[in-house]
Structure formats: C-alpha cells, structure tokens
Write a protein that binds this ligand. Structure first.
Ligand SMILES: Cc1cc2nc3c(=O)[nH]c(=O)nc-3n(C[C@H](O)[C@H](O)[C@H](O)COP(=O)(O)OP(=O)(O)OC[C@H]3O[C@@H](n4cnc5c(N)ncnc54)[C@H](O)[C@@H]3O)c2cc1C
Length: 565
C-alpha cells in the first residue's frame, strides 16, 4: 500500500507542497518507515516533501505518479531487507524512472556486504547503518550533503540563462557544455521540438540563422555568443587582481586545484589560470570510484566544485576562461602571458595543464564533432540520449565510466574496443559493472572507420569488425575516448619536453638544459622555479589521486625553492 504523502505542518498549502521536490522512503517495517520519515521531515521537511511506501512495488508506483505529475524526486531511501523486491532491486528499477535522484540504502550491520555490492549495481550514493541515532550526527549531514549535490545539478537544469538552439548543432552544444561546466544555471530549449523556444524567438525577433541565442536574466540577448562573450557577460571570467604572485598555477584540474588549496592555505600569494572551467578531465568524469575517502564514489563535477570552493575559501585567486600562451624568464622573475594580452608576474610557476582528448582521424568525424560526435563524456548530452543508440569508442576506464553512465539514459550502448578484451585497459570493478548492464554490448577488436551524417547530425557509423568486414550501423550519438595528449606548444623552446610534449622534471632535466649546480627538485622543470604536476608531466600516473598528490607536493618543493632563492 502506498501511504499518502506526509503533510504535517502545512497541509493547507497543498500547492507549495506539490512543488517541493520529493524524498521517497520505502520500508516494509512500519516502525522503521515511520522513524525514517519522521527524521527526514524534521531535518528537511521545509524544503522537501517526504513521501513513503511500505514495499518496493508500491515505491515504484509512487515514483510513477510523481513523475506523471512532472514533479522532481531528489532522494530515494530504501531498506535492503524487504519481502518481494529487495532494497537493491527496487533501487535498480527506480533508477530507470528517476535517474537523477540520489540513492541511499538502509542496512543492518549484517547486510554491509550486500550494501557494498549495491554501490556498483545501483550506483548507490550511500548506505546507512540502522539505527541512525542521533540523526543530527548520523543522518542529517549525509542527507544534507546529497541534497546539496542534487540541488546543484537540478539548479543547473532549471533556471537562469535560457539557451535556444538546434539540439544537433555544434555551436549549441558548445554553449550548453560551457555553461554546465562553469555551473551556470541554464535551460536549453530545442527550437525544433519546443514551442516555447519558437515563441521566445518570435518575441525577441531573433532569426533562425542567428542561433544559438542566450537569453540572460538581465534581459540581454546574445546571438551566436562566443564562450568569451558569455564568460564576460555572466562574470565567469575574472581578471587577476594582484601585481605579483608567489605562485602562478596554469591549469585548474585536480593537480592545479590541489596546489591552489595548499599554496593559499600555506600563505603563498597564489593565482590559478584555467582556460575552460575548473575541474579538468576529472570534471568530466561521470563517477570517480577510486578516489580515497569517497567509498560511494563521486562525480567529477562534484569533486571539481568542492575543490574550487575550497581553493577560493582558502584565499587562492581563480582566473578563468584565460589561457596561458607564453612563459618568459627574466632573472628571478617568471612571467606567464595570457590570451587577451594580460601578464602574470611571479616568483614561481606550476604547470598543471594536463592532457586533452586525441581526435579520431577517420572520415566524417571532424565535420560531425559537436553534432552527434563528442570527445569525452559530454554529460550535458545524457538526457537527450533517452531511448537512443549510443556508441562509446575506447577501452579504458574513462570509456567504461561513460558506458555505465549513458546506459542509465540511452536505449542501448555499444562499446567499440580495439583490443581483444577490456581486461588489458580497464579496472576490474568497471568490467563487472558493464557485464551486469543488459543494455551495454562490448564489441572487441572493432573500430569505427567513418561517421555519416544526415541534416548536419550523426546518423551512422562505419564499423570494421575483427575479420575486416565493414558495416554501416545506425548511431544517434558517439562518445570518443581514444587517449589524450598534452598541449604544451606554448612552452616550446623554454621548458624541456619529450617528443610527445610531456614536460620533463627532476633528474630527467639534468641533461636537458638544467642551468644550476644544485640538483633540480623532484617536480622542477629545466627552468628553475618552474614546476610541473599531474598528467602533463612525463611518466606521470594518470590518476586523480596522483595529480592531487603531485599538486600538493609541488607546493612543498616551491617553499624550499623560495627559502633558498
Ligand atoms: C572521463 C574521464 C574519467 C576519468 N576517471 C578517472 C577515475 O575514475 N579515477 C582516476 O583516478 N582518474 C580518472 N581519470 C583521469 C584523471 O581525471 C586525470 O588523471 C586527472 O584529471 C589529471 O589531472 P591534471 O590536473 O593533471 O590535469 P587535467 O585534469 O587534464 O586538467 C588540466 C587543466 O588545465 C587546463 N589547461 C590546459 N592548458 C592550459 C593553458 N595553457 N592555460 C590555462 N589552462 C590550461 C585544462 O583546461 C584543464 O582544465 C579520468 C579521466 C577522464 C577523461
């Protein structure tokens, strides 16, 4: 039986209750269901509507009703041990109905193993041991954290800027992606499918050849905006405020952000320059499962957003949508030149510019990039993939994560892997996850050799199988993960790099222009006082944790350098 939504204090205001996002609790034991609902209402009742059901099947019916009314579900809480559908089984099905909702499993100590299994099966966000007393310590902080993350995601989709464009246009994709990565709340309106989009165009007088158009909250209208224009109008881009810094960090991925946190907190005047949006590659990961201290994993955008807030709070300056284009060395001064003509002066520089996706060099791919072909996970596209056929190219962890993520939205996902199995390149936990997903097919020794479009959008891929035969197969979207390379040309002739552009450091620079009699520090480049951390370093381990470790280690070496200079 589904119990009616709990409306305690403000039953009279049914309309406002309706609009609040829902938290749905499911437990077959009436006493536990009553207790969890009571505590959730006490902690979150002002912002959320707490609804309950006493079986998994009733919980699913309730979710269908909520969805049918067009209302949002923020959080699902379910007991693991229930007759009929177990908590895990319920959450698997609930995920199909409300993929954005956060998921918490209630478990007894004896069920811990099942809960850990569920982390993979249902992409669980947390398992909570019963009893959760006192709720102020055991329940509220966890739920608050999950709801804040959910709210950030929901806000991004709902408010603020309205972007009107063609779903399958590269320019529209770039604008959406830029706003999402910079956490600007924005709503996308597809001119072909949404009447509201056409009405707004008629009102504003913008013609179809001027799309995409961004309607800002202050009433201004930007036709075919560049990211720089958007950044300036939305005040995303910041100009440096200092004349001189102890440390300039180039790149706002995990390595750069970690250095900003440690540098600023340890008293260095620190500025970080980022050309796109803080977070780097990690910011594009749908779920990082192996970062220490987050047993339930966390999304890359969540990690990026937490780290950015932390760096700012500790006093680091962040200068975004600005690219470092040259490094000058004058005596003990180090100068980083930026796009747009600005220059940052510093005692030390840390290059943490990571790597960028390699492009797939086959007919059709370049033309269709942004219009069905995407490099990286392009998480903003996920919802548009509902019921569609998504192809993921690549066999490493990033491709595996994308396949798992898109399987929650797409009708089916095909992975094209050049090697004869995933085992050589992908972590075991991801392979297991993929094996358990009925709508994901892995094709080994297969590669995409061409992309075909129709009306400016990807329509099909030409796929070469292990035996050399080629077939043309329908595909709605294709996400490419075929490795990455550093973009360090701006350091050419200044800092020693290997033939692929990775930066040499420590003992490796001794024979590559190291000018001093002292030994270089472990992360020091061939230019004293210029350090390197993360994926851009030659022979680095390509992991979030190692990038974070190197970023923090670089700061410690920078202290030594400054003390001896
Ligand atoms: C989809 C995906 C999933 C992943 N999942 C995992 C995972 O689960 N676990 C794990 O450990 N690792 C994972 N990785 C790898 C991990 O994200 C990287 O190892 C890590 O992000 C490297 O950090 P970084 O700071 O060195 O560089 P990056 O993350 O590459 O960041 C570099 C930043 O520098 C900026 N930049 C570059 N050049 C300039 C310039 N000239 N001026 C200004 N800014 C510049 C870039 O825009 C970028 O934001 C994943 C990678 C991808 C792509």
């Amino acid at each position: 039986m589904i119990e009616s939504p709990t409306v305690d204090t403000d039953q009279h205001d049914e309309q406002s209750q309706r609009r609040r996002p829902a938290i749905v609790a499911v437990d077959d034991e009436p006493a536990v269901l009553a207790a969890v609902s009571r505590d959730l209402r006490r902690g979150f009742g002002e912002r959320y509507r707490v609804m309950r059901a006493n079986s998994g099947a009733d919980g699913l019916d309730l979710l269908k009703q909520v969805r049918a009314r067009g209302e949002q579900v923020a959080l699902l809480v379910a007991d693991q041990r229930m007759p009929g559908l177990s908590g895990t089984d319920y959450l698997v099905q609930a995920r199909q109905l409300v993929p954005e909702a956060k998921r918490v499993l209630l478990t007894a100590y004896a069920d811990t193993e099942a809960a850990i299994q569920a982390i993979n099966e249902v992409d669980l966000d947390y398992y909570l041991l019963k009893p959760w007393d006192p709720p102020e310590e055991q329940l509220f902080p966890i739920v608050e954290d999950l709801l804040t993350t959910w709210e950030n995601g929901a806000a991004l989709d709902s408010g603020g800027v309205r972007v009107i464009g063609h779903r399958f246009s590269k320019e529209s994709h770039d604008v959406r992606d830029f706003l999402a990565r910079n956490r600007v709340p924005a709503r996308f309106l597809d001119v072909e499918r949404e009447a509201e989009a056409r009405e707004l165009l008629a009102v504003t007088g913008v013609t179809a050849d001027r799309l995409p158009v961004a309607l800002l909250e202050d009433g201004s209208i930007l036709e075919r905006p560049t990211t720089l224009e958007l950044a300036e109008r939305l005040r995303i881009s910041a100009q440096p405020i200092g004349d001189h810094y102890d440390l300039v960090i180039v790149g706002g991925g995990p390595a750069g952000l970690a250095a900003a946190v440690y540098g600023a907190s340890e008293g260095l005047r620190t500025v970080l320059v980022e050309r796109e949006a803080p977070g780097g590659q990690a910011g594009q990961s749908s779920r990082i499962e192996n970062y220490l201290g987050f047993p339930h994993g966390l999304s890359g955008s969540d990690l990026a957003h937490r780290a950015t807030d932390q760096a700012r709070r500790l006093g680091a300056e962040l200068v975004t949508v600005q690219e470092a284009v040259a490094l000058r060395v004058e005596g003990s001064g180090r100068f980083v030149e930026l796009t747009g003509g600005g220059t940052l002066s510093a005692n030390t520089v840390l290059v943490a510019s990571g790597v960028s996706y390699r492009q797939l060099n086959a007919p059709g791919f370049a033309e269709l990039t942004g219009a069905g072909v995407y490099y990286g996970a392009a998480l903003t596209e996920a919802r548009a993939c509902a019921d569609q056929h998504v192809v993921v190219i690549g066999g490493a962890n990033s491709a595996g994560q994308a396949a798992v993520y898109f399987s929650g939205y797409a009708g089916r996902v095909t992975m094209l892997v050049r090697a004869d199995s995933l085992a050589k390149s992908m972590s075991h936990y991801l392979i297991e996850q993929i094996d358990g997903l009925p709508n994901v097919e892995v094709r080994s020794r297969a590669q995409a050799v061409g992309a075909e479009g129709k009306d400016g959008h990807l329509r099909a891929l030409r796929i070469r199988a292990a035996d050399g035969t080629e077939t043309v197969e329908q595909a709605d979207a294709c996400f490419v993960f075929i490795g990455a390379a550093p973009r360090t040309d701006w350091l050419d002739g200044v800092v020693a790099r290997d033939e692929r552009g990775f930066i040499l450091a420590g003992p490796d620079v001794r024979d590559h222009g190291w000018p001093l009699s002292r030994e270089p520090y472990a992360l020091e480049t061939s230019v004293p006082g210029v350090f390197v951390a993360g994926d851009v370093r030659m022979r680095s381990i390509k992991r979030v944790a190692s990038a974070v470790g190197e970023g923090s280690m670089a700061v410690s070496l920078i202290h030594e350098y400054l003390a001896s200079a």
